[in-house]
Design a protein around this ligand. Structure first.
Ligand code: HEC
Length: 160
């Protein structure tokens, strides 16, 4: 019992010291530095574990037809290339200026399962520059929503 109480006191003190440090301005807020290796490893492992626990195991409902692939290419170029690199196969300078930097998806494609990628795109990645796309791209991820851009709009709901 005493041991437990001691543990609780230590945890409370650590939290107070941590919040105090933050409020006194000891933690950096700049994004123009590289995350240390331990931070990268812990954050990546935590992200994978969280997705493993929360993400529904969905398969892509959109068949990889030529038309859909071309549509996907356009959506990627308009919305994602800015941070993840475009078809010129150059890393995005803006993407590399985020903390953590965005992965170069064209140069170094992901090998994660579809459900993982879908969840990351739909819900975003908290505390990083990766936005949630569920309100920007319509259900099924493929087509931009009506309000987002006025260009040719194919509704992929038809392909399901
Ligand atoms: C404003 C910059 C930005 C834009 C725009 C952006 N992303 Fe990201 N994205 C990021 C960052 C930063 C990460 C890295 C998050 C991390 O370190 O886990 C990321 C991560 C990802 C991941 C990997 C998640 C994982 O599990 O490792 C995928 C997949 C992804 N983005 C897809 C997209 C797609 C598709 C689009 C366009 C619809 C897009 N992103 C647009 C910044 C962006």
């Amino acid at each position: 019992m005493r041991f437990l109480l001691g543990g609780v006191v230590v945890v409370v003190i650590l939290v107070i010291v941590g919040v105090g440090f933050a409020l006194l301005g000891f933690f950096p807020t700049n994004a123009n530095s590289t995350p240390p290796r331990f931070e990268q490893q812990i954050a990546t492992a935590a992200l994978d574990a969280s997705m493993e626990r929360r993400a529904p195991r969905l398969n892509n409902p959109i068949p990889p037809t030529d038309e859909n692939l071309i549509e996907g290419l356009k959506i990627y170029t308009m919305n994602c290339a800015l941070c993840h690199g475009g078809l010129d196969r150059q890393p995005s300078v803006l993407g590399k200026s985020l903390y953590p930097p965005s992965p170069s998806l064209i140069l170094d494609p992901l090998d994660d399962p579809e459900w993982h990628v879908f969840y990351a795109v739909r819900t975003g990645v908290r505390y990083t520059g990766m936005p949630s796309w569920e309100k920007v791209l319509s259900e099924g991820v493929a087509a931009p929503s009506e309000g987002e851009s006025g260009h040719e709009h194919h509704d992929h709901a038809n392909h399901k």
